[in-house]
Design a protein around this ligand. Structure first.
Ligand SMILES: Cc1cc2nc3c(=O)[nH]c(=O)nc-3n(C[C@H](O)[C@H](O)[C@H](O)COP(=O)(O)OP(=O)(O)OC[C@H]3O[C@@H](n4cnc5c(N)ncnc54)[C@H](O)[C@@H]3O)c2cc1C
Length: 475
C-alpha cells in the first residue's frame, strides 16, 4: 500500500476544486488532512473577526470530512515542527498544500518544502486561492502593472477556469489516526465578552456555495447599479469565503460566465475579482503593503498623532452619520459595505489626517474578510499612497457621498438609530438641520449624538496643505 499523503489545509478550507487534495488522492494511499493554527512569529497573527470565522469554517470542514470517512487533524504551534512530527508519526511519503502568498509565507514554506524533500518526501504545492499566479501577468517589458485596467485586460486573456472538480465522495483513511487537538480548546470563538452575536455570514464551503448561487440568481443581473447602495444586498458577500478559500475564484468565474445576467454586469463583477488579483500582484512585487507606502513619497507625509480622534472613528462617534453607520456596522457584523469602506477610510486619512496604517490595523482586527493584500492595497488606494491610487486631492465629501448612495438615509437609520427620526433631507448632516426638525426627532447634538468632530471645509483645506508638503519635497 502507498504511504499516506498529508494535505496541509491553509486558506483553502474546501473539498471541491482543491488541487492539493486532488493530488493527494491521486497518490492512491491514505490521506491525512491537517490544519495548523500557525504561531510562527514571522507571520501576522489573525485578527479577532477572522478568528471567529475560522472557528466555524474549520468546524464545517471537519464535519464535511467526517461524512467522507475522514478527519481533520488540528494542531497548534510552529508549522515547521508540527509537519515534521506528523510525518514521523504517520510515515507519510508526500505532503501537498495550496500556497499562501502573504509576506513571510513564501520563505517559510520554501524552508519546510526543502526540509521535507531532504528527508526524501514528495512535496507538491499549488495555487488554490487566485485565478492566476502572482507575477504571471507582466507588461511587454516584463514589469509589473501599476495600473488596474491594463493589468486586468492582460489578465483576462490568461485565465483558464477549467472544469469543476466536485468534492470527493470519500477519502481513504490511514490504519490509525494521529492525535488531534480539540477546536474548542483553541479559543477562537470570543469569550468574556462574547461579542459575536451580530456577526454575519455562514462560514464553510456549503455557506459559500449558497451565497454564490443566491448572488448569481438575484443580484448579478443588476450588479453595476446596485453595488454602491449600502442599504441593499447588491453585492456577493463572498469576500470572507474567498479569503479562507471556502470557494475557489475559478468556481466564481465559471458561475458568472454560465449565468444569464447581461454581459456588462458579469464583466463588472468579475473586474472586482480582478482587483483582488491586482492587489496580490502589488503585494508580491512591492513587499508588505500593510506597513510600507507603495509610493515612497508618502514616507514624509505629516500624519497627525490623534488617539482620541482614532478612538472616535473606531467607535462610530465622529458626528458624520455615514461614517458612524459604517464603523458600527463593521464592529457589529464583521463586514462593511465597499462604498462605506471608502468613505470611512477617506475620512480617517484626509479629514483626520491619521496614518492609514491605523485604519488598516483596525480593519485587520474587525473584518471577517481581513486580507493583507486587499486590505493594505485598498487602504493605500484611498490614502493616495498606493499603486493606481485615487489622486490624493480626491477627498470624499462624506455628506455628498451619503446623499448620493444612501439618499433616503435607510442605511444610516439602521446603524445610527438615535438619528432615525430625522428625514432624508436632514439625516446626512444633522448639525445643519433646522433646530425644530432635530427637536422633533429627539436629537440633541453633543448629548444624544456627537457634534461633527471636524469641519469638512477646514479638513479638506488642511489635507490639501499637508499633501503640498510632500509634493514640494518630491519636486
Ligand atoms: C479601505 C478598504 C479596505 C478593504 N479591505 C478588504 C479586505 O481586507 N479584504 C477584502 O477582501 N476586501 C477588502 N476591501 C475591498 C472590498 O471592500 C471588499 O472586497 C468587498 O466589500 C467585499 O464585499 P463583496 O464580497 O460583497 O464584494 P463584491 O462586490 O461582490 O465583489 C466580489 C469580490 O471581489 C473582490 N473585491 C471586490 N472589491 C475589491 C477591491 N476593491 N479590492 C480587492 N478585492 C475586491 C472581493 O473578493 C469580493 O468578494 C477593502 C476596501 C476598502 C476601501
Amino acid at each position: 500500500m502507498s504511504k499516506p499523503t498529508i494535505v496541509w489545509f491553509r486558506r483553502d478550507l474546501r473539498l471541491a476544486d482543491n488541487s492539493a487534495l486532488e493530488a493527494a488522492l491521486r497518490e492512491g494511499g491514505p490521506v491525512i488532512c491537517l490544519y495548523v493554527y500557525d504561531e510562527t512569529p514571522s507571520l501576522r497573527p489573525l485578527g479577532g473577526a477572522t478568528r471567529w470565522w475560522l472557528d466555524k469554517s474549520l468546524a464545517a470542514l471537519s464535519a464535511d470530512l467526517e461524512t467522507r470517512g475522514s478527519r481533520l487533524i488540528l494542531r497548534r504551534g510552529l508549522a515547521e515542527s508540527i509537519i515534521h512530527d506528523l510525518v514521523t508519526e504517520t510515515g507519510a511519503g508526500q505532503v501537498t498544500w495550496n500556497a499562501c502568498f502573504d509576506p513571510g509565507y513564501a520563505e517559510r514554506d520554501g524552508e519546510i518544502a526543502r526540509a521535507l524533500k531532504g528527508q526524501g518526501l514528495g512535496v507538491r504545492i499549488f495555487n488554490g486561492s487566485y485565478l492566476l499566479d502572482p507575477g504571471k501577468v507582466v507588461t511587454k517589458t516584463g514589469g509589473t502593472y501599476g495600473v488596474f485596467t491594463p493589468f486586468w485586460k492582460a489578465a483576462i486573456l490568461q485565465v483558464k477556469a477549467g472544469h469543476p472538480k466536485p468534492a470527493p465522495a470519500s477519502l481513504p483513511a490511514p490504519e490509525a489516526w494521529p492525535g488531534s487537538e480539540a477546536l474548542s480548546d483553541w479559543g477562537l470563538h470570543p469569550a468574556r465578552p462574547d461579542w459575536s452575536g451580530g456577526m454575519i455570514g455562514t462560514p464553510g464551503e456549503a455557506g459559500a456555495m449558497t451565497r454564490l448561487e443566491a448572488f448569481v440568481a438575484k443580484a448579478l443581473p443588476a450588479y453595476g447599479a446596485q453595488r454602491d447602495i449600502p442599504s441593499r444586498p447588491g453585492t456577493s458577500g463572498l469576500s470572507p469565503h474567498l479569503h479562507f478559500g471556502e470557494i475557489s475564484p475559478r468556481a466564481i468565474w465559471r458561475a458568472a460566465h454560465a449565468s444569464s445576467a447581461p454581459a456588462d454586469q458579469r464583466a463588472k463583477f468579475l473586474s472586482e475579482i480582478g482587483w483582488r488579483e491586482f492587489n496580490l500582484n502589488i503585494l508580491n512585487t512591492r513587499g508588505d503593503v500593510t506597513r510600507r507606502n507603495v509610493n515612497p513619497a508618502f514616507d514624509a507625509f505629516p500624519w497627525r498623532e490623534d488617539p482620541q480622534g482614532l478612538a472616535a472613528w473606531q467607535k462610530g462617534r465622529t458626528g458624520y452619520p455615514i461614517v458612524d453607520a459604517g464603523m458600527r456596522e463593521l464592529w457589529t457584523t464583521g463586514i462593511m459595505h465597499n462604498r462605506v469602506r471608502m468613505i470611512v477610510a477617506s475620512f480617517l486619512t484626509k479629514h483626520l489626517l491619521i496614518d492609514w496604517r491605523h485604519g488598516e490595523s483596525w480593519f485587520w482586527d474587525t473584518l471577517t474578510d481581513a486580507d493583507m493584500a486587499s486590505n493594505g492595497g485598498n487602504w493605500q488606494w484611498v490614502a493616495g499612497s498606493g499603486a493606481d491610487a485615487a489622486p490624493y486631492f480626491r477627498i470624499f465629501n462624506p455628506i455628498r457621498q451619503s446623499e448620493t448612495f444612501d439618499p433616503e438615509g435607510t442605511y444610516i437609520r439602521r446603524w445610527v438609530p438615535e438619528l432615525a427620526g430625522l428625514g432624508p433631507k436632514d439625516i446626512h448632516a444633522p448639525w445643519a438641520a433646522p433646530a425644530l426638525a432635530r427637536a422633533e426627532a429627539g436629537v440633541k447634538l453633543g448629548a444624544t449624538y456627537p457634534l461633527p468632530m471636524v469641519d469638512h471645509d477646514m479638513a479638506r483645506k488642511r489635507a490639501l496643505e499637508a499633501y503640498q508638503t510632500i509634493r514640494k519635497e518630491k519636486d
